[in-house]
Design a protein around this ligand. Structure first.
Ligand code: TRP
Length: 462
């Protein structure tokens, strides 16, 4: 042991950091889009079921594997479950590496839109500007993409460099309350708009005739992504939890906060969309459409206090993304620290730089660059970015998640998992027997359904 392992300073610090990891582009960018595509209500209800039946038990499983061994993904699985399970940890580290490499690119876009909206607030929204064209120009500008991704990458490295307490926990404590504050302001403004009634009905009034079976699997797949599960991120964060904190309580808080924020993001976006005539027909078609094409303009034409909320909104996106990217980099970095005995400072810079090489590929895949923008491994996915996203969301997260349920449910001893979940801090509503049933049977069956759907029925989660 060259360096002492970090620890969260308090239960609240840990919960904020893990919630920050969970809340990210998945909540603000992906969830509203897939909810829209799947016609709201019934899909949202299925999503809630998946979160409770699959997401929550796996969250507990990952945290307990981390805490019982006090090691990052690879070492934790080896120690808590068995030596061969280190492979599953490596799979997770690789997944974190790839996900971080392209997530950073989208995070970079939030910086561009922040700068734009600040300009529009100061100088007025330009007459006749087509935000669709603006988006196209920014993604296909290689220099701009590289600068923004590099900026974001350096911010991520800058946080992780200072470690668990002085970096990750400190930033999470500072930024999460700001993020909640901005979202509340936006929700308040959105609910004043005339489309808010329709938005509430769209999200909360289920109509099962409009839900396709593939939608259920999409809800399940997204519950993994949004809770940062299936790749050892929560194992890593769990390894810094003190023994006197309740994993059960913390898991419940993280899962509830992540879900509430995802629903709030939907209400905000849909209230705006339903308030503008013809907008509901226009939106959709692409995931980026809502966040980076429709909304930028609507802030200046429709949203009450939009000139202030516009720039604030993109700050929110950037903060949400940063608290996720730092958790992704921590997965990779902590593995290098724990398993290869490299100091945190060196490990952070090494991993950050290695990931950035692939971020360059992802950033350039929207410009006209041979191979990077034309790569076609999976049907219907062109370019490095789409290929990586498809591989992570459809293959790596579900298989990693399945591995974790099997590791925790079937290969870890009952005594070990029970000792982590049940102690004086455990809330009365928790039943160890129920958890064990979900982790051994319900979750693996549900995830197997995802994998089968991806392999044989062409369902696509990216
Ligand atoms: N949960 C993040 C989001 O919703 C994305 C994510 C998936 C993630 N796996 C992760 C973030 C692991 C950090 C660590 O945007």
């Amino acid at each position: 042991m060259t360096e002492q392992r970090g620890n969260w300073t308090s239960s609240a610090g840990f919960v904020l950091a893990a919630t920050g990891s969970a809340i990210g582009l998945g909540n603000l960018w992906k969830f509203p889009f897939i909810t829209w595509e799947n016609n709201g209500g019934a899909f949202v209800l299925m999503y809630l079921v998946c979160i409770m039946a699959v997401g929550l038990p796996i969250m507990m499983a990952e945290l307990l594997i981390g805490r019982s061994s006090q090691k990052s993904a690879v070492g934790a699985l080896k120690e808590a479950v068995g030596p061969a399970w280190g492979v599953l940890g490596l799979w997770g580290v690789l997944c974190g590496f790839i996900l971080l490499s392209y997530y950073t690119v989208i995070a970079g876009w939030s910086l561009f839109y922040f700068a734009q909206t600040v300009g529009w607030t100061a100088g007025g929204f330009p007459d006749g500007l087509q935000t669709g064209d603006l988006f196209g120009e920014q993604v296909s500008n290689p220099g701009l993409q590289l600068v923004m991704s590099l900026g974001f990458s350096m911010a991520t490295v800058g946080v992780v460099y200072f470690g668990v307490q002085k970096g990750i926990e400190r930033i999470a404590r500072l930024f999460l309350p700001i993020l909640f504050g901005i979202l509340l302001l936006m929700l308040f403004s959105a609910l004043q708009m005339e489309g808010s009634g329709e938005a509430l009905a769209f999200v909360f009034r289920p109509s099962f005739s409009e839900l396709e079976p593939a939608g259920i699997l999409e809800a399940l797949g997204h519950s993994f992504f949004t809770l940062s599960l299936g790749m050892g991120a929560m194992i890593t964060y769990g390894s810094y939890i003190a023994k006197d904190q309740s994993i059960v309580k913390a898991s419940a808080v993280i899962v509830v906060l992540d879900t509430v924020i995802a629903l709030v993001a939907c209400l905000i976006m849909f209230s705006v969309i339903f308030s503008v005539a013809g907008m509901a027909e226009q939106v959709g078609g692409s995931t980026v459409g809502m966040l980076f094409i429709s909304l930028p303009q609507l802030f200046y034409t429709e949203v009450p206090f939009g000139t202030i909320l516009g720039p604030l909104f993109y700050v929110l996106v950037a903060l949400a993304a940063l608290t996720s990217t730092m958790s992704l980099l921590e997965v990779v970095t902590s593995y290098v620290i724990d398993e290869h005995g490299i100091s945190r400072h060196n490990a952070t810079i090494l991993c950050g730089a290695a990931v950035f090489v692939f971020t360059i590929f992802a950033a350039l895949s929207f410009a006209d660059v041979p191979v990077l923008s034309t790569l076609a491994v999976f049907e219907g996915k062109t370019g490095w970015f789409e290929t990586a996203d498809h591989f992570v969301s459809n293959w790596m997260l579900p298989t990693g998640g399945l591995g974790i349920t099997i590791a925790a449910g079937w290969f870890m001893t009952r005594e070990k998992s029970e000792a982590e979940l049940v102690d004086a801090t455990t809330p009365a509503w928790f039943s160890y027997g129920a958890w064990r049933f979900f982790i051994r049977f319900v979750a693996p069956a549900a995830i197997s359904a995802i994998i089968i759907a991806v392999m044989f029925f062409g369902v696509d989660f990216s």
